[in-house]
Design a protein around this ligand. Structure first.
Ligand SMILES: Nc1ncnc2c1ncn2[C@@H]1O[C@H](COP(=O)(O)OP(=O)(O)OP(=O)(O)O)[C@@H](O)[C@H]1O
Ligand SMILES: [Mg+2]
Length: 428
């Protein structure tokens, strides 16, 4: 028991004892007058003691109450200071959605002095077109059992500054009850700068994607040009060389086996040069893509890979005509991805076998190239100077596809590409 309480209890006990003693004196013993006087003095003394004790207890009580009030005031001041120095704007509204708390950050964000904001409706800080939805949201939240939640469900929220400027924000809301009244507190952050930076970054990414697509396009165009030059210029020169060589060999003195042998050797050399030139020209540009379509061109590419790498390579193609509706850009991407993947198998994999699978999935196609070689690691994928895989990724992203490169279950490398048959609309 606290000391004031003990003192009051003691006083009450003393008065009760005095009462009992009085009663005993009056009823049990016939009293002399001097005893009456003594009784009166004792009663008065007891009464005085009680009054003194009550006054003392009252003072103690008041002192304790004052200390509690001071503590509450100090705690409120601390809370107010915290609220005022918070980086985020804090706004509390009552049941009528009138503002009852508006911290310094809120003054800055909404460009509105606190004196003007207090008592105003929250609506004035919300763009007109969102007011109704916001009011309903707030009422629903106030009536719900929830104590707090993030606002906006992932969409950008908009606030309205006092000068009429709108700004994007992030906000959370919490609910409290005080003296039977409900309050909602919104803590919000102006994300104008972050959004601007994000938008700039997105624009930059789009620019870079555009640029790399242009680079790839330019590379394809250069290859096509080189291929044409090889085919037309070098091809014609070689044909002329072959004709002249035949004429020259025909004029050589007959009967000399050394001449005949040299002539035949030169013929074979020119033939091999013609074949090599054709192959290089064909590799530089997929000439058949337009004429033969994707399926046959892939068949040709895999055949060419088999004969030049010496590796066993299987090819699973969908039934005939299945890939006929693939857009030219997508077909070109599929071709280039397959070409680079097979080149990588021959150059890096140390494989003995490779598997190529194309599947027609209706609106999309899946291309898979797998080998049983040494496999690919994270360091391979991060090589800064290698362009093959990066180019593949860019090409695939450009038409709206998806590329995965990783270890195959058989231990080698597997490249999987999903491509829409029609290229995705590009964000510009
Ligand atoms: N099938 C594979 N098996 C094992 N390693 C591979 C395979 N394909 C690629 N790699 C590794 O990944 C790296 C990156 O390949 P990428 O095609 O990007 O570059 P590159 O072939 O070295 O050069 P280029 O720019 O001429 O294509 C290769 O250097 C190689 O180490
Ligand atoms: Mg490569």
């Amino acid at each position: 028991m606290s000391r004031p309480h003990a003192a009051v209890a003691l006083a009450i006990a003393a008065v009760a004892a005095a009462g009992v003693a009085n009663f005993a004196l009056y009823t049990l013993v016939p009293l002399a007058p001097w005893l009456h006087a003594l009784d009166l003095v004792l009663d008065l003394a007891a009464l005085a003691a009680v009054v003194a004790l009550l006054v003392w207890a009252g003072q103690r009580f008041e002192a304790t109450e004052a200390r509690a009030r001071e503590a509450i005031a100090a705690s409120q001041a601390r809370l107010a200071a915290i609220i005022d120095t918070a980086m985020d704007a804090i706004v509390t509204v009552d049941e009528a959605q009138r503002i009852v708390l508006f911290n310094q950050a809120a003054e800055r964000v909404f460009r509105c002095p606190r004196a003007e904001a207090l008592g105003a409706r929250l609506d004035r800080f919300i763009p007109v077109r969102f007011r109704e939805a916001h009011r309903v949201h707030l009422e629903r939240f106030a009536a719900s059992g929830a104590t707090g939640r993030r606002m906006g469900d992932g969409t950008t929220l908009w606030g309205l500054r006092a000068d009429g400027e709108e700004f994007p924000m992030e906000a959370s809301i919490s609910r409290s009850e005080e003296g039977g009244r409900r309050y909602c507190t919104v803590i919000l952050r102006d994300i104008t700068l972050r959004k601007r930076a994000e938008d700039a970054l997105r624009a930059r990414e789009a620019e870079l994607r555009e640029l790399s697509a242009r680079v790839l396009e330019a590379r394809d165009e250069e290859k096509a040009l080189l291929s044409r030059e090889l085919h037309d210029e070098l091809g014609q020169l070689l044909t002329a060389l072959k004709i002249d060589l035949a004429a020259l060999v025909a004029r050589l003195p007959a009967g000399d086996p050394a001449f005949a042998e040299a002539g035949a050797r030169l013929h074979a050399l020119v033939d091999r040069t013609v074949t090599a030139t054709r192959r290089i020209a064909a590799n530089l540009r997929p000439p058949m893509l337009d004429d033969l379509g994707l399926a046959d061109t892939i068949g040709w590419l895999v055949d060419d890979f088999r004969s030049h790498s010496g590796l066993d390579c299987s090819l699973a193609l969908p039934t005939e005509g299945a890939l006929a509706d693939v857009h030219r850009d997508v077909a070109n991407t599929a071709y280039r991805v397959l070409q680079e993947s097979l080149t990588n198998v021959a150059r890096h994999a140390q494989a003995t076998r490779a598997w190529v699978v194309i599947e027609d999935g209706g609106d999309a196609l899946r291309l898979e190239v797998e080998d049983d070689g040494r496999g690919i690691g994270a360091a391979d994928l991060a090589q800064p100077r290698s362009l093959g895989l990066k180019g593949m990724r860019e090409r695939v992203a450009w038409v709206g596809g998806r590329l995965d490169i990783g270890r195959a279950p058989r231990g080698g490398t597997r490249v999987t590409v999903h491509l829409p048959k029609q290229p995705a609309a590009r964000a510009t």
